[in-house]
Design a protein around this ligand. Structure first.
Ligand code: WT7
Length: 651
């Protein structure tokens, strides 16, 4: 971004007060903000008591060597004990921990007592395979209960896991195995995806032929599909059921230091080799547990919680595995895609289990919008009482649709801003406290310090835009980039002295609430104004004919950059002559003439990463008539051929 501060274009005046009933019984009230502000460290020390420590910490934060934080450093605990055993010891062994729903329709439920037995057996099996505290274990699995069991078994042994999303290629897996120097890989024959078995084991076999993966001595294989004719490497490959099933069902957990590594998770970032984000034990578990309790208002006795993310992303780590299980929640785990075998599959699952709290991503909400209002209307969604969003800014119209068609116009929406690096939620409304605003993550959570600054690191006034920064360390922060402290310093701590640079553009509204405006790389410079792609996209999506939009700045001789928009039309909308003009006029009316797109192209699909983020970089290549860069992280690279085919030759 240049020195010109981000134009503050979008005016969104709608407000939604928390439901009175929810507010009256909310887990967290406005007092938490005061407590967090008055004594931040005292606040977190108190939250750490949510956990069961073998040795209670006496220190809260050690910031003597910034930005390398230590939280609760003299405490000791076991994460798996906290997520499983202690609930059984507290008499909750019969409570369902996981309702698993397979894509083909198979289902099974595991109680906390069953989970304890499975995790214990898996921990013994890993020990038999030579896994010791500190050894890294790569996990490459579909969304099945064994994935959660495997992660908890690693945590139980103090062996940091590195979960690699099952949709990633052999190459991506090999790079990650190599970087973390993993000793064991846990995988499956395959999983179910879009109505058919999709193999995983062949990618592991291929990855392990690559240089740098020689230290992998065992591959533990879960049988999920049973249909693949898989290659078998005697002496290296072991079936899960052969080694896990025969182990003892009891296992004594060992307590580890609060700063013992819990996991490494790779983020691709926009350039360069993936960064291994390192998270540790005590601070991480404290913040995921607290935020899951506070932001979802979780009542573990009665709620049925469902996070639709994949465990391969941080959302799955923090809000499928560690947060909900630390809190003794009952949750749904779904293996497949939202439209298999039909576009109402998610709503059918909500109805079947009586889901009360749903946590999903804007990209999924926009897909459901596109499929039509009549689909969710066929199911009983009345159990839902809190709705969450994460992953990118949610366009106000998608927010309104989510509230109206999924939340019966009453469930509060919590738009949670955070990152792989932050480990847990950082900004979000509180469902019993905040009057929500469609499209805004609003405020730092209690105990969190964040603001928006300009190029010179000065906090911007209300009504102005700039960069989101975190101004104080937080318990679940990344500790470093695995094996690369310098890159940790350079990437996050060098842009603004003493502040964590998140890489997101943001603005403060007149009330001081924060609106995220997308990655800084996605801000456009048009005739001397910085304009956020997010705001132009939201203006387009607010038009009744548009389901989804992606906006990029393309080099332009007159205006530095020109706004170029790619739109997906709603089901019935026709792509006629007047449409483009109508949409341009609509944006001008919503945001002002400066934000009017120079070009608008209706397309059938948008290029997305596997975690659902739009790859604007590729659209910029198209808009500027360049050869496409790397398309390997796209879910479907043929999307780009379709888009290019629509393009008139000159930009
Ligand atoms: C980036 C982090 C957090 C888990 C999933 C993504 C964007 C995330 C929001 C939100 C606006 C958001 C940011 C952030 N983002 N949540 N509620 N509003 N933007 O984790 O892959 O590490 O991506 O996702 O740009 O920096 P991630």
């Amino acid at each position: 971004m240049s020195n010109e501060s981000l134009a503050n274009l979008l005016k969104e005046e709608r407000r939604f007060a928390p439901p009175a009933e929810l507010a009256a019984h909310a887990n967290v009230t406005a007092a938490a903000y005061e407590q967090g502000a008055a004594d931040r460290l005292g606040f977190w020390a108190e939250q750490a008591r949510r956990l069961s420590w073998e040795t209670e910490p006496t220190q809260t934060l050690d910031w003597s060597n910034p930005p390398f934080a230590k939280w609760f450093a003299d405490g000791k605990l076991n994460v798996a004990y906290n997520c499983v055993d202690r609930h059984v010891e507290n008499g909750l062994g019969d409570r369902v921990a996981i309702h698993f729903e397979g894509e083909p329709g198979d289902s099974r439920s595991l109680t906390y007592a069953e989970l304890q037995r499975e995790v214990s057996k898996a921990a013994h099996a890993l020990t038999e395979l030579g896994v010791r505290a500190g050894d890294r274990v790569a996990i490459y699995l579909p969304m099945i209960p064994e994935t959660v069991v495997a992660m908890l078994a690693c945590a139980r042994l103090g062996a940091p896991h590195s979960v690699v999303f099952g949709g990633f290629s052999a190459d991506a897996l090999a790079t990650r195995i190599n970087d973390a120097d993993a000793r064991v890989v846990i995988t499956a024959d395959g999983g179910y995806r879009r109505g058919k078995p999709s193999a995983l084991k062949p990618a592991v076999d291929e990855a392990l032929t690559r240089p740098g993966t020689e230290n992998v001595r065992s591959v533990l294989v879960v049988r999920r599909t049973g249909q693949e004719d898989i290659a078998w490497h005697e002496g290296r490959d072991v079936w899960w059921h052969d080694i896990v099933d025969r182990q003892s069902e009891t296992h004594t957990p060992e307590a580890f230091d609060a700063e013992h590594p819990l996991f490494i998770l790779y983020t691709s970032g926009t350039t360069g080799k993936p960064k291994g984000i390192l998270h540790t034990t005590g601070g991480y578990l404290t913040q995921v547990s607290y935020t899951h309790h506070a932001v979802f208002d979780l009542k573990p006795e009665t709620d049925v919680y469902w996070c639709t993310a994949d465990v391969g992303w941080v959302t799955g780590h923090s809000y499928i595995v560690y947060g909900p299980l630390a809190n003794g929640a009952t949750e749904v785990l779904y293996e497949g895609t939202p439209d298999t075998p039909h576009q109402g599959r998610w709503w059918e699952i909500v109805q079947k289990y009586g889901v009360t709290i749903l946590y999903t991503a804007p990209t999924a909400i926009r897909a459901c919008m596109k499929w039509g209002d009549d689909i969710p209307a066929k199911f009983d969604l009345s159990s839902l009482r809190v709705l969450g969003s994460v992953g990118e800014p949610i366009n106000p119209e998608a927010w309104i649709w989510y509230r109206k068609h999924i939340g019966a116009d009453s469930a509060p929406i919590v738009d949670t801003w955070w990152q792989t690096e932050t480990g847990a939620m950082m900004l979000s409304p509180l469902p019993g406290v905040t009057a929500t605003k469609p499209g805004s993550a609003q405020l730092p959570l209690p105990g969190i310090s964040a603001t928006v600054v300009d190029d010179d690191a000065h906090e911007v006034p209300d009504g102005a835009g700039g960069y989101l920064v975190l101004t104080e360390p937080w318990p679940s922060m990344l500790r470093t980039i695995w094996g690369d402290d310098q890159r940790y310093l350079d990437t996050y701590w060098s842009r603004f002295e003493g502040k964590y640079f998140a890489g997101d553009g943001a603005k403060k509204d007149e009330d001081g609430d924060i609106w995220l405006l997308g990655r800084v790389d996605d801000v456009m410079l048009v005739s001397g104004h910085n304009i956020s792609t997010t705001e132009v996209e939201s203006a387009l999506v607010s038009h009744p004919k548009v389901a989804e939009a992606a906006v990029v700045g393309a080099t332009d001789p007159q205006t530095t950059q020109a706004i170029c928009a790619f739109v997906i039309l709603r089901g019935s909308a026709a792509e006629d002559e007047g449409l483009v003009e109508e949409l341009r006029a609509h944006v001008a009316q919503q945001l002002g003439p400066i934000a009017k797109p120079k070009r608008i192209l209706p397309v059938a699909e948008l290029p997305k990463t596997r975690s659902g983020k739009i790859m604007r970089r590729l659209l910029r290549d198209v808009a500027e008539n360049r050869d496409l860069g790397d398309v390997s992280t796209l879910t479907d690279s043929s999307v780009m051929d379709l888009i290019q085919a629509k393009l008139p030759s000159a930009a």
